[in-house]
Design a protein around this ligand. Structure first.
Ligand SMILES: Nc1ncnc2c1ncn2[C@@H]1O[C@H](COP(=O)(O)OP(=O)(O)O)[C@@H](O)[C@H]1O
Ligand SMILES: [Mg+2]
Length: 381
């Protein structure tokens, strides 16, 4: 099974590229599902086809869905929503407003990832493609599983027991409804799901593709995304440079072409993964055009991983083990590493990752670390 996540700055062409990948995937005979988070329904616009909130059949092998928050809340989250409403009511917030508050920020993205997991576990599709939200948000979201895992390991067992004891005593005093056992169970279920998601997204089956345009701001943001994704254990197996002006674009575009060349060179030098270029088209890429371009751009199987390296690996080196983490676009002075029991904390620039060490490493001492060739190496003995 292949899982492909498309991310990148707004407007660069994520939906278009994700849709083309889905088309090619299905034409190669893979049963394909494309999931979109975008509340603006750009997937329907792109295909010129009306998708629903559940997988909608486009053709024999191609299905798509547009995640709808209200639909998701009804389907999976009724209990938690009811609790939130109760909670807000106890705080004197009106019903209608509470209804809105219950739609938490980032919920749509969580919902689409949970859909990804659901359809992955059902095993009915060969390829699942996720058209994610713009870079910043997706990245924030992708680190959630890490945080969730941490909470799970630390608090969960304890907190649930505690609430059970405290609830009857505390509730009348503090005038805030404490979650019932059913709600706690549902929350715990969600943590388990998120933890599974994390494992899935880190697995051999999943790959992330960053879509960008050859422009200063976009390249910068893509570099940050690339660093972050690697650091958190997601494999970015290629980057897609979209909207490249053809050399014969005309006089008006001559400066644009020169500028794009500059950034294309920079991209070539700095991203250590395959690069796919897509030229700027004469018109919007919707409907038939989407199908035509999909065949042109993907003269190979786009559902297969394009690199074999992993963002994180463990190697034997003499009498010690080396944990190697890919960390491109970082400087040595940006990196700090701490060990706490069986956790390793890597702080890199603005990001912090807590790595739960596998047994083989957890039993050993951390004896040193170094940074070369865009790789953090941590020695265990
Ligand atoms: N290579 C291209 N040439 C011309 N127009 C493009 C190209 N790629 C995308 N577009 C157009 O740009 C707009 C934004 O693309 P979209 O895929 O919706 O971006 P995103 O999902 O990243 O916000 C759409 O109107 C799309 O048709
Ligand atoms: Mg989009």
């Amino acid at each position: 099974m292949g899982i492909l996540l498309f991310t990148g700055k707004g407007g660069v062409g994520k939906t278009t590229v994700a849709a083309m990948t889905a088309i090619k995937s299905s034409s190669l005979g893979y049963k394909t599902l494309i999931i979109s988070t975008d509340p603006a329904h750009s997937l329907s616009d792109s295909f010129q086809f009306q998708f629903g909130a559940e997988p909608t059949k486009v053709s024999e092998k191609l299905y798509g869905m547009e995640v709808n928050v209200e639909h998701e809340l009804k389907k999976h989250w009724d209990v938690i929503k009811d609790y939130l409403l109760l909670f807000f009511k106890s705080q004197g917030i009106e019903d209608v407003i509470a209804e809105e508050l219950a739609i938490l920020p980032g919920f749509d993205e969580v919902a689409s990832l949970l859909n990804l997991l659901e359809y992955y576990e059902k095993g009915i599709y060969d390829v699942i493609i996720l058209d994610c939200a713009p870079t910043g948000e997706t990245l924030r979201l992708l680190s959630v599983p890490e945080v969730a895992k941490w909470y799970m390991n630390r608090f969960f067992g304890i907190e649930k027991k505690l609430i059970k004891i405290v609830k009857p005593i505390a509730e009348p005093l503090i005038k805030i409804p404490l979650p019932s056992e059913e709600i706690m169970d549902r929350i715990q279920e969600m943590y388990v799901k998120i933890s599974k998601l994390k494992d899935l997204l880190e697995s051999e089956e999943a790959m992330v593709r960053i879509v960008m345009n050859p422009e200063k701001m976009v390249v910068k943001e893509s570099e940050r995304a690339f660093t972050y994704l690697n650091l958190f254990g997601y494999t970015v197996d290629c980057v897609i440079v979209n909207k490249v002006f053809p050399p014969n674009a005309g006089d008006f575009f001559s400066d644009w072409i020169k500028m794009q060349e500059l950034y294309i060179n920079q991209i070539r030098e700095s991203f250590p993964v395959p690069i796919i270029f897509i030229p700027f088209q004469r018109s919007e890429i919707v409907g038939e055009k989407l199908y035509e371009l999909a065949e042109k751009v993907f003269d190979f199987d786009p559902t297969k991983r394009l690199i074999s390296e992993k963002p994180m690996k463990i190697e034997k080196d003499g009498d010690s083990l080396l944990l190697k983490i890919r960390a491109p676009f970082l400087r040595r002075e940006d990196i700090e590493i701490y060990r706490r029991g069986n956790e390793l904390i890597v702080v890199a620039g603005q990001w912090k990752r807590t790595i739960f060490l596998p047994q083989a490493l957890a039993l050993k001492e951390t004896v040193g670390a170094s940074f070369n060739n865009n790789e953090i190496q941590i020695r265990f003995r």
